[in-house]
Design a binder for this molecule. Structure first.
Ligand code: AMP
Length: 143
């Protein structure tokens, strides 16, 4: 299974914002859309960073409530690991485990965003593949 197949099932909508957005705005998006991260894009739609709930929590612990007035740029991770639609789900799983993050934006040849894969999508896929394998084995054993 590859990333493109996951996107075909779940859709390609990604919640994005710009680096100048306030954390207050980002927090509202995270809560309203029930998601864990917002991808920050530049003026041509290329990935410029990512703000996850962890970044907000870290900044709240360090700076308190003044965090909410700060810009996304001040807390976002700039060195974002991205993937392509042709990448295998196993590869994404390895990247998430090694980097200890739960979101991987998907980009096209022009480096513009085409989707996002979260740890939840990866786990869902893993369970579905396990079930498929189990039922194939069952019918093999049953002859
Ligand atoms: P997460 O587990 O995705 O909530 O993120 C944990 C930390 O990793 C936060 O500091 C995020 O900004 C950062 N992060 C999330 N996704 C990525 C990614 N694809 N590449 C690099 N850092 C990321």
């Amino acid at each position: 299974m590859n990333v493109g197949q996951i996107l075909k099932d779940k859709g390609r909508r990604v919640v994005v914002n710009e680096a100048a957005a306030t954390i207050d705005e980002i927090v509202k998006e995270l809560a309203e859309k029930k998601i864990g991260a917002v991808v920050i894009v530049d003026e041509v739609g290329k990935v410029a960073g990512i703000v996850s709930e962890r970044d907000v929590m870290r900044s709240l612990a360090q700076n308190g409530a003044s965090t909410l007035a700060q810009s996304a740029a001040s807390i976002m991770t700039r060195d974002v690991v991205t993937c392509r639609e042709g990448d295998s789900v196993n590869r994404i799983m390895e990247a998430m485990t090694a980097g200890r993050f739960r979101h991987v934006p998907v980009v096209g040849d022009d480096l513009r965003l085409t989707g996002i894969v979260s740890i939840g999508d990866v786990v869902k896929n893993h369970i579905a593949e396990g079930e498929l394998e189990a039922s194939a084995l069952k019918s093999y054993v049953a002859g």
